[in-house]
Design a protein around this ligand. Structure first.
Ligand SMILES: NC(=O)c1ccc[n+]([C@@H]2O[C@H](COP(=O)([O-])OP(=O)(O)OC[C@H]3O[C@@H](n4cnc5c(N)ncnc54)[C@H](OP(=O)(O)O)[C@@H]3O)[C@@H](O)[C@H]2O)c1
Length: 305
């Protein structure tokens, strides 16, 4: 019998997702499914990864599309689903955008779509299984990232914000981003609690991952002017400085692939990793009331759409 297992990575056309697929495929027993919005881009990326990679179009800005994708996943005839890497992410600094479902897009893509995807696919997962949410140290105001601190009011407000913008689109957009990354960490801890059935090791583990700053990636595609120039051409030079949390996507991908594959992490769940190091996430990310609010409201929204 084949030992092959499938790993699903959202956002596999981009920097971290693509490099993570590459790293995971070094294990000959893995098949990887990568997703991206455009069929051409995702098929081209899968072709570059080789014959154990499958590319599938998926726009995370549509909850019905996410549900259709998840429900059709089992019919692809792939080896059992072993891991889901919730990697795709967006940062919009040019003004608030709503999805086709009427939800603020950063919250919708970075959190809600992955929440729905994981819930839909969980019953089909092979055990032991692993889920990793790609978060960011920018969720933590104690870290010197230069990003605005997250503002978590209620999940309902995050999904349906008052669009009157008093701080300017750049700051508001970056704040929506850091808040969505806080949601990734809150969701990690909620899923870990939900899936804790007392078995050792747990049937499905759920952890959060901070790749560190990876300047030059598509995450800065909405940056304009000097900011865009610095992101693309200047800041990547920082990756050669040792000891700071700035990395190439390839280096961060190796640490992310470890969370999916390393045998020594089989029993690790509900934890936060910065690269290879397990560390504490922000104080706010351990707020159980906020985690429960996020869970309850996310269920309410996905059940309506
Ligand atoms: N770069 C950093 O400094 C940094 C730091 C901390 C955390 N992170 C996190 O790392 C993850 C990967 O970021 P990256 O830097 O590799 O960015 P990236 O190069 O822009 O890659 C993002 C991926 O997400 C996909 N994506 C974006 N919007 C999507 C949507 N609406 N529907 C479906 N897919 C969508 C993109 O695919 P298509 O465009 O092909 O659809 C792309 O494959 C994100 O979660 C990000 O928050 C990044």
């Amino acid at each position: 019998m084949s030992d092959q297992r499938t790993v699903l990575i959202t956002g596999g056309t981009g920097s971290l997702g693509f490099r993570t697929a590459e790293a995971i495929l070094r294990d000959p027993d893995r098949v990887v499914v990568i997703t991206g919005r455009g069929a051409d881009a995702v098929n081209a990326a899968a072709a570059r990864l080789g014959d154990r990679a499958v590319g599938m179009s998926l726009d995370l800005a549509s909850l019905p599309a996410v549900r259709r994708f998840a429900r059709g996943f089992g019919e692809l005839g792939l080896p059992p689903l072993h891991a889901i890497v919730c990697n795709a992410g967006t940062q919009i600094v040019s003004g608030a955008v709503r999805t086709v479902d009427g939800i603020e897009q950063t919250f919708a893509v970075n959190h809600l779509a992955h929440f729905l995807l994981v819930r839909e696919l969980l019953p089909t997962m092979a055990t032991p299984g692993r889920i990793v949410f790609v978060a960011s140290d920018t969720h933590d105001p104690a870290k010197p990232t230069g990003m605005p601190r997250p503002v978590y009011t209620t999940a309902w407000d995050l999904a349906h914000p008052d669009d009157s913008d008093t701080v300017g689109p750049g700051l508001a957009g970056r704040r929506r981003y850091t808040t969505s990354k806080l949601c990734n960490v809150l969701a990690t801890y909620e899923f870990a609690r939900y899936l804790d059935t007392g078995t050792v090791p747990p049937a499905v583990t759920v952890n959060a991952f901070d790749p560190g700053l990876m300047p030059g990636t598509g995450l800065g595609r909405d940056y304009r002017g000097i900011q865009g120039w610095a992101w693309r051409y200047l800041l990547p030079a920082l990756t050669i400085i040792p000891g700071i949390n700035v990395h190439t996507p390839r280096r961060s991908a190796a640490a992310l692939a470890r969370l999916v594959l390393a045998p020594e992490l089989a029993g690790t769940t509900g934890r936060y990793f910065s690269g290879r190091r397990e560390i504490e996430s922000s104080a706010e990310s351990y707020d159980i009331a906020k985690g429960e609010d996020l869970w309850k409201t996310s269920v309410e929204i996905i059940e309506k759409l």
